[in-house]
Write a protein that binds this ligand. Structure first.
Ligand code: C5P
Length: 249
């Protein structure tokens, strides 16, 4: 008998931290509300998640002064809950987990997913749900990896690193609810600077998350040009899903 988790047999919750200001985009509104193919970016992400088989619900952490969330049609779905986020991403995730712990048991599987990754495929979600209880989607480095050093106004190569052990962490990142809650609390107390994603908190608490290779479409929208790329990919979503269920990886 297989001990893997089937998304249909095992329910899970998704936490979406969306309380950031998205300063790196340099835009006048938070990144999650920038327009992608005529809708706010976060609307695409939530609509995508609402289509995942086995989903129990979504907890979205939004800013206290969020201007738009309740205007989204996805926000009207009874499976979508909101909490007020915190100062940093980890505080926002923790706020969502605190809320979730009132609704679900400590062993409940939680997938934390960036609002700015609208194109994660169902195939990737299935792979993640079938992986170890503590796991994350990630992209293995395909470019040669250089370590840098500053020399006055220039950035120089200090060395080339072996790329076969380098992975770029993405989301969703999966963990049982209580394990993640404890790891984030421990990390925020002992080394908040080191907590840049959920996996880093889990690592700090002594866990070894499994890396699950994601399709290339699961990139995070960070710069304005990423919106153009995402829009093009959305137009070819069907072709993309076919490629992803075939030979892409
Ligand atoms: O800025 P960055 O792209 O790393 O943010 C990742 C995610 O964390 C975004 O969806 C952002 O809205 C969220 N976030 C949050 N609360 C904060 C800061 C960021 O929910 N205080």
């Amino acid at each position: 008998m297989s001990n893997t988790i089937s998304p249909v047999e095992h329910a899970y919750w998704v936490v979406v931290p969306a309380a950031g200001s998205g300063k790196r985009m340099g835009a006048e509104k938070p990144k999650q509300y920038l327009s992608l193919a005529g809708k706010p970016l976060i609307a695409h992400t939530l609509e995508n998640i609402l289509g995942w088989p086995g989903l129990s619900g979504i907890v979205v952490a939004i800013a206290a002064d969020d201007p738009e969330f309740q205007t989204l049609s996805a926000a009207q779905d009874p499976r979508v809950h909101t909490v007020t986020g915190g100062a940093e991403r980890a505080d926002s995730v923790l706020a969502a987990l605190e809320y979730l712990s009132q609704q679900a048991g400590p062993e409940t599987i939680v997938l934390v997913h960036d609002a700015a990754r609208p194109l994660v495929s169902q195939k990737d979600i299935q792979s993640l749900l079938s992986a170890s209880p503590i796991a994350l989607l990630a992209q293995q480095a395909s470019d040669t990896i250089k370590q840098s050093q500053c020399d006055g106004s220039k950035t120089l190569v200090s060395q080339t690193l072996p790329r076969d052990q380098i992975w770029l962490a993405q989301t969703p990142q999966k963990s049982p609810l209580q394990v993640l809650q404890q790891a984030l609390k421990f990390g925020l107390e002992h080394n908040p600077q080191a907590i840049t994603d959920e996996a880093s908190a889990l690592e700090l608490a002594g866990h070894k998350p499994e890396l699950v290779a994601a399709c290339r479409s699961n990139f995070k929208i960070t710069h304005p040009a990423d919106l153009v790329l995402a829009e093009a990919l959305l137009q070819h979503r069907q072709t993309l899903e076919q490629l992803q269920s075939g030979a892409e990886q």
